[in-house]
Design a protein around this ligand. Structure first.
Ligand SMILES: NC(=O)c1ccc[n+]([C@@H]2O[C@H](COP(=O)([O-])OP(=O)(O)OC[C@H]3O[C@@H](n4cnc5c(N)ncnc54)[C@H](OP(=O)(O)O)[C@@H]3O)[C@@H](O)[C@H]2O)c1
Length: 266
């Protein structure tokens, strides 16, 4: 596929990976529908991309954790054909499960699982009627193993991975492609406000990840592990370990990052 002349809808488009995807898509000639909560940030980005690349941009401000807001966003989208859906918006609690507010976990499930599922149902349905389109679901390497101190986040990404793999098979032969994107750590706003220090060498830049993702989608890959090679290696190694061993290894790694000391202790 080529991106020029297609219309891509990107959720979580104003920061981090979503912003980098929007910028890279615009540079490659795709028209954009940009979704996030902050209308001001969306308008600013849309104006900037339009001025820089000449693509058409449209913004839809919505809180995707909120069912009413999600429905309003889909109603606002209306019948506009979407060639590429990038379910990118995601968030997660970091810290001991019982020491972090329940709302962080529940909101993460609403955004990473419910919103992704609802947008896919709506937009992939239209794609199937049109006989063409691509759905790209952003998971994480965290979807391959249990992640103590990011327990609910890891579980949401396991859902994204499983859902995406299953849907790809269901939609085979319909003209609708379904692609799983599972990045490792990216230098974004994800950890903002959380007292953690991660070695910058362990992070990919959002720009590199976005370029890899769009190259992988373009070349027809079903699963994209963008960014540094260590991510793919980690997935292979972890596939050899039993679930409970993976959980223990991840607990040691996340304790090393201080994740066990975050949040308010009970
Ligand atoms: N960063 C990492 O290390 C990493 C690693 C692997 C996978 N990922 C995945 O990559 C994706 C992007 O993460 P990121 O690190 O780029 O995130 P980020 O920097 O925190 O940006 C999140 C984006 O989503 C929007 N957003 C947040 N909550 C929203 C809501 N309720 N409704 C609508 N939009 C919302 C934000 O804009 P507003 O605040 O204006 O809504 C922003 O545009 C996520 O799915 C994440 O799980 C990240």
């Amino acid at each position: 596929m080529t991106y020029r002349g297609t219309t891509a809808l990107v959720t979580g488009a104003t920061k981090g990976l979503g912003r980098a995807l929007a910028e890279e898509l615009a540079a490659r000639g795709a028209d954009l529908v940009l979704v996030a909560r902050s209308r001001a940030a969306l308008d600013e980005l849309a104006d900037e991309l339009r001025a820089r690349t000449g693509v058409t941009t449209r913004v839809i401000a919505a809180d995707l954790t909120d069912r009413t807001s999600r429905r309003a966003a889909l109603a606002e989208l209306g019948e506009q054909p979407i060639d590429l859906l990038l379910n990118n918006a995601g968030a997660g609690s970091v810290g001991p499960f019982l020491g972090t507010p329940l709302a962080e976990h529940v909101d993460s499930i609403a955004l990473n699982v419910e919103a992704l599922t609802e947008l896919t149902h709506h937009i992939a349905g239209a794609m199937r009627r049109a006989g063409r389109g691509t759905v790209v679901n952003v998971g994480s390497t965290a979807g391959y193993l249990p992640v103590p101190y990011q327990a609910s986040y890891g579980a949401t990404k396991a859902y994204v991975r499983s859902f995406t793999e299953a849907l790809r098979v269901e939609l085979r032969g319909t003209g609708v492609r379904v692609v799983a994107v599972n990045p490792g750590a990216i230098r974004t706003a994800f950890f903002d406000g959380k007292d953690v220090t991660i070695d910058p060498r362990a992070y990919d830049t959002p720009e590199r990840v976005a370029r890899d993702v769009l190259d992988h989608v373009r070349s027809g890959r079903a699963v994209s592990i963008p960014g540094m090679k260590a991510n793919a290696a980690m997935i292979v190694v972890s596939s050899l370990l039993p679930m409970r061993v993976k959980a223990r290894v991840m607990a040691v790694l996340n304790r090393g990052l201080g994740f066990d000391r975050l949040g308010a202790a009970e």
